[in-house]
Design a binder for this molecule. Sequence first.
Ligand SMILES: *Cc1c(COP(=O)(O)O)cnc(C)c1O
Length: 363
Amino acid sequence: MSSTDRIFNFSAGPAVLPEPVLAQAQQDLMSLPGVGMSVLEISHRSAAFDRILEHAEADLRELTGIGDDYHVLFLQGGASQQFAMVPMNLLGPGAVADYTLTGSWAKKAAAEAKKFGTVNVCASTESDSFTRVPAQDELNLTPGAAYVHLTSNNTICGTEWPALPATGDAPLVVDASSDFLSRPIDSAGAGLIYGGAQKNLGPAGVTLVIIRKDLAERGSESLPATLRYATAAKHGSRYNTPPVFAIYLVGLVMRWLKAQGGLAAIETVNRRKASLLYEAIDGSDFYRGTAEPESRSLMNVTFRLPTEELEARFVTEASAAGLSGLKGHRSVGGQRASIYNAFPEAGVAALVEFMGAFEQKNG
Ligand SMILES: *Cc1c(COP(=O)(O)O)cnc(C)c1O
């Protein structure tokens, strides 16, 4: 392997980016076409950056089909900061927010919300070790809730909501950090969709927020300016200096997604990749999937081997074979193959082949 050869990167995040995006960024790094400076060196209020930001937003709107009644915001602080900003802005005095607990990120989101108001756990699958997401009829929704929060894809346990549940009049707030733009967005009941970019959208450092305009105005003026959605909306995500390079890269990823045929087309590819891997797991007695089949994630495929010793050997040998990042999250162990939008189909085929050979040798 020469120093610039790329391996297959199964990391959960920061994660693999499309190669054409990296090549474009490399080319633009010395000078943006017609600008004579890189995006790292220009003002965030320059015409050149205006174009970058406007283009990224326009492409995102085209890809998702979200209406004019939503703002697109580029924020900082990661999804973790959204865990706090959501209740700070949307959970008024005396109000209740419903939270679904489907994994450790969901629990963290609920724990932050408790600092600002009343949280009702409207469904939890913790007693099933988070191996599934709740069914619609398991949701114990609070009448008049300020919002209902859910984690659309549970990155650690490898589960994903097959479709977003109905929540009546309460707007749905979705942490989509690990499956943002992996399939068409059902924005019908959605009030706010957020995610750190570093899994499926771009590099670390920018957080994408799609928020219904009326909800953006709910936060009190007494909130810190940088933690209020209305501030970002009013200033076009430039109240203060935004992460210009990360936004530029997200813009390139949007363009790449459009070139792939959009979200329906990328979903088809994502389903094909995930099926290949789940079929390999289901067709063997050696590998065991950890998520319930109807809740399986298309993005993070989690599985176990017969012993922890074999699991450690699997990760080491896979890594030596150019398949990197297959160790499961430290809190659950096992294996996790993160196969986000940018992860190539050839890498999934290579993993399936490696799994077959490893089972032959050790099964
Ligand atoms: C990674 C992740 C987070 C945390 O994201 P940060 O940007 O690091 O704060 C939150 N929720 C989900 C579902 C994630 O996968």
